[in-house]
Design a protein around this ligand. Sequence first.
Ligand SMILES: O=c1ccn([C@H]2C[C@H](O)[C@@H](COP(=O)(O)OP(=O)(O)OP(=O)(O)O)O2)c(=O)[nH]1
Ligand SMILES: [Mg+2]
Length: 151
Amino acid sequence: MTASLLRVAVRRLAHAEGLPLPSYATSGAAGVDLVAAIDEDLVIPPGRRILVPTGLCLALPPGYELQIRPRSGLAYRHGLFIPNTPGTIDEDYRGEIKIILMNGGEEEFRVVRGMRIAQAVLAPVSRFQWEEKQVLPETARSAGGFGSTGC
Ligand SMILES: O=c1ccn([C@H]2C[C@H](O)[C@@H](COP(=O)(O)OP(=O)(O)OP(=O)(O)O)O2)c(=O)[nH]1
Ligand SMILES: [Mg+2]
């Protein structure tokens, strides 16, 4: 059914040569797995973060963003997370996609070339314009929040 899929223009930078383009791991996967386009291993000490290049530049379809999300296996097994998740790749961004990886585990974590470090989900964007008012429509919740309905 690839004929019905949206097409995303991708440019592979030199350091991504030989690496696979991000792909869906299963037929129903929501995200494609992004791999580290590094020549030498990168080590993340506990509590530290690094920027991992993917070697990919994109042109997203109009009206879409790409969300960068962590992989649960890495989060569970190694405490690895992405502090800006979901990372936002703007439709008009043409630079290299990079992933902020943070080590929240107790051991150092080694990133090797080709490792699947994150996943990317294509999502439609709803843009809006402000309509400024003096009074807003009333609701039962009103200004209640932050646990106002109980635990
Ligand atoms: O995990 C990420 C998040 C963002 N970006 C790139 C694509 C995105 O379009 C651009 C800007 O991201 P964002 O708007 O989140 O960052 P900012 O701090 O607001 O930077 P800017 O002022 O450039 O918008 O950086 C990445 O490569 N990886
Ligand atoms: Mg921004």
